[in-house]
Design a protein around this ligand. Structure first.
Ligand SMILES: [Zn+2]
Length: 161
């Protein structure tokens, strides 16, 4: 078990860098995924992207159907027209909360930990978590989104991603 330090701060250059595709699922990548699982569980987060632990590669974990799923080189292939606004937090931006409009449904393609290509359709919280993590892979943070006003009662859940 290895819990890795999480990089914080909206101006941290590591969180703003371009991230390179993972060429193949090596032993080192599998070990990194294990450590990232330990890290996101210890932080009680719903997701974690490699740049948050100082690795500039296109790898993230996201909570999907209640399980932390590693996504290697994930890409969004389709986005629903319908969107939803909910409050989000980020492990790299402690104490910052932002109402973010996200697509309610997405279809993603990614490589799994066995090196196999996968495709999944996600909705609701699952789709939101993955959109948040994919933003990290492009150096985008929740503070980059416009401030949206929301009726507090409409905000069903807070999520730290
Ligand atoms: Zn985040």
């Amino acid at each position: 078990m290895a819990v890795l330090p999480i990089i914080t701060g909206q101006d941290n250059p590591v969180l703003r860098k371009k991230n390179a595709a993972v060429p193949f699922v090596s032993k080192e990548i599998k070990k990194l995924i294990k450590d990232m699982e330990d890290t996101v569980n210890a932080a009680d987060g719903a997701g974690l992207a490699a740049p948050q632990i100082n690795q500039s590669i296109r790898l993230c974990l996201a909570l999907i159907s209640g399980q932390i799923v590693p996504l290697i080189n994930p890409e969004i292939m389709w986005r629903s027209v319908e969107k939803e606004i909910l409050e989000e937090g980020c492990l790299s931006l402690p104490k910052i909360w932002r109402n973010i409009e996200r697509h309610l449904g997405i279809i993603i393609q990614y490589t799994d930990v066995k090196g196999q290509p996968q495709e999944r359709k996600l909705t609701g919280f699952d789709a939101r978590a993955v959109q948040h993590e994919l933003d990290h892979l492009d150096g985008v943070l929740i503070v980059d989104y416009p401030e949206l006003k929301i009726n507090k009662e409409e905000s069903k859940e807070n999520s730290v991603l």
